[in-house]
Design a protein around this ligand. Structure first.
Ligand SMILES: [Zn+2]
Length: 272
């Protein structure tokens, strides 16, 4: 999961009495009202709007976005700029999607602009820093607190042209699947795969799973893949789902896709 903004400077750490991390801003890196983004894919659970700074009158998160990121992880993005909240309750978001702008709504000491960021694991507030990775496009300030604890991550992408070709080859199968619309999976590794440009969905039609021995995952709109033993994708019975004249071409595509997924799993395993 990436940091919730692209300029990373931790101004307040997680500690007793402050059960989240604060992130600041810099005039050379987007200024005080720069974008706050989703750390991972998820579903918006709640938002608020219309608050100004309430310090020193009363404690409040101000304008916030609260997201369920799956695997028991929820995140609070608080003190957003009034009028900036860009998502609605119930909306699905992807990693990196803009949620609003940094601001000073709610209880911000001396009304200083910052992001108050919390992660709850199974409902309990935990230190968010171990969960976050600074992606290549995210700048780490040399003024940040605890720089030694900021971990760097890697971008994971799948070649879109390969994904497009895969779509037709397996769409016959998906007609028979009962697909759960909720992208959340119990398995941590699969949950990690939600990051990046694609989402992973779980098949819940166990009858189908037993009949062909594969779990099917959605990796993008109308793009599906099968997983075997956690790493080996696309072992579906191709003659059943690809026109015979297309088989050779399909096998080439599958080998390309396997390479891509090997990359994904190498990275996932490193972080698990
Ligand atoms: Zn805070």
């Amino acid at each position: 999961m990436r940091y919730p903004n692209n300029y990373i400077t931790i101004t307040q750490i997680f500690k007793p009495g402050h059960l989240g991390a604060d992130l600041g801003w810099n005039s050379s890196h987007g200024g005080p009202y720069h974008d706050i983004i989703a750390i991972a894919g998820g579903v918006v659970v709640a938002t608020t709007e219309g608050y100004n700074c309430t310090w020193p009158d009363y404690k409040s998160y101000g304008n916030y976005v609260y997201i369920d990121h799956g695997n028991g992880i929820t995140a609070m993005y608080a003190h957003l700029k009034r009028g900036s909240v860009a998502v609605k309750r119930g909306q699905r978001v992807v990693e990196g999607q803009k949620l609003g702008q940094m601001g000073n709504s709610g209880w911000c000491i001396r009304c200083a602009v910052h992001l108050h960021f919390e992660i709850r694991k199974n409902g309990n507030k935990v230190d968010p820093i171990p969960y976050l990775r600074a992606m290549p496009n995210q700048y780490i300030s040399d003024k940040t607190l605890i720089p030694e604890r900021i971990k760097r991550g890697e971008e994971v992408t799948i070649k879109p042209e390969a994904a497009d070709r895969m779509r037709d080859q397996i769409k016959v199968n998906i007609d028979n699947l009962n697909i759960r619309s909720n992208p959340y999976l119990g398995d941590n590794k699969i949950g990690m795969l939600q990051r990046g440009i694609y989402n992973v969905y779980e098949q819940r039609d166990m009858t189908h799973e037993q009949s062909n021995g594969y779990l099917w995952y959605r990796i993008a709109d109308n793009v599906w893949c099968a997983q075997v033993n956690g790493v080996d994708f696309y072992k579906a019975e191709l003659p059943e789902i690809v026109h015979p004249t297309e088989l050779e071409k399909a096998n080439q595509t599958i080998n390309e896709m396997k390479k891509d997924f090997k990359l994904v799993f190498d990275i996932v395993n490193k972080y698990s």
